[in-house]
Ligand binder design. Sequence first.
Ligand code: FMN
Length: 460
Amino acid sequence: MARQIRFNAFDMNCVAHQSSGLWRHPDDQSARYKDLRYWTELAQLLERGRFDGIFIADVLGTYDVYGGSNEAAIRHGAQVPVADPLLVIPAMAYVTEHLGFGVTAGTAYEHPYPFARRMSTLDHLTNGRVGWNVVTGYLPSAARNMGHTDQLEHDDRYDHADEYLEVLYKLWEGSWEDDAVVRDRESGVFTDPAKVHEIGHAGKHFTVPGIHLSEPSLQRSPVIYQAGASSRGIGFAADNAEAIFVAASTKAVLKSTVTKIRDALEAAGRDRYSARIYTLLTIITDETSEKAQAKYEDYLSYASEEGALVFMSGWMGIDLSQYGLDEPIGNVKSNAIQSVVANFQEAAEDGSQWTVRDIARHGAIGGLGPFIVGSGKEIADQLQEWAEDTDVDGFNLAYAITPGTFEDVVTHVIPELQKRGAYPTEYTEGTLRHKLHGRGDRLPDEHRGARYRVGASVAS
Ligand SMILES: Cc1cc2nc3c(=O)[nH]c(=O)nc-3n(C[C@H](O)[C@H](O)[C@H](O)COP(=O)(O)O)c2cc1C
């Protein structure tokens, strides 16, 4: 049987997401992000394409590293204005049956207590189809608007996130027993108080003595997604993640990242394949190679190099406006997304360096990930090759224009992959967790979160 390839769609509640300037394209509908029907139509399209899920990114600040201000970000619509990612999910869940929802929320600024309830609510309303992309943040502007002078140092952000998750696992896994809600009309008991437990958490950052406010949802803990690939980020993923998003500019970099992640999972006592890994990619496709190439040229004519550098500066934590366009990026140290910087440095395998211009061109369509252009058959060949050579499970597809890029993939690429037996034709029944891993609705016993279940022996 051919190796199975999976897709996730990458979007954000804003215009153009990662393809700066493309909002100007006449076929781009990203400016409809405020229209609920944009989201419901997209969800139905993705479900027709048997996508595992839609992954909605989020930031709580503006990209103000480039030029030392957010003026360029505001001018280009570079992820500002940006709306809340969670609120569009119930509508999408209402019009679909199987599509998963990976929603991004940061650990740095919101107290875990209300967040735990919001995620449980989403898990109830989606019938167990919600996932949470745990991010530690990278924009100093977000920290300032939350009353801090700057964000914590890179690794400290992950230490803080470790405790954040501990509180959440205690609430989701350890507070309510499965049969706590009895709804006994005779006795008038809705919930048996003996089966609802206070979590008694007192830690370095949080004190949460009480019970979770929500009754257990189908999955209890949402499926945990993660997208940081520094060594500290991989350690965090190995403890928590069930799906991992990576961004690698070349096949060699991807292969090494996938191997590092799978080794780390094993070192954490989990199966090498217990987290599904999706790599960022943009696909530009049409009926023929020539038409796809023409489409690419057309898209490129709308791309904004400055907008791309606004994003890259934010992700790298380096003001790229201070370099000449042909200057190479040397051995800089980042307090933002360390894996992004390492990626460019590692990708220069032949000893040549990525210049600022290379970075702008690379990022103009689809952001951090590479893009590939071709007919459905050519794309299918490349995807199979990438998956075989790197051991990645699937692709997190960014768009050049939306929903056009996703429509093209559904029309030209998915039928070809299905013909080759390399892509699902039907969904597995059940929750998102069960669809992804086929091991039931709840966290597996060897997962960190399972330690906090009622009656579990180690809760530390
Ligand atoms: C594909 C991808 C998507 C990401 N999406 C977001 C996001 O939506 N919001 C966010 O704050 N961080 C996002 N990040 C950043 C990370 O989740 C993480 O906080 C950051 O990568 C720092 O990790 P690292 O230095 O360990 O790589 C993303 C990273 C990658 C690679």
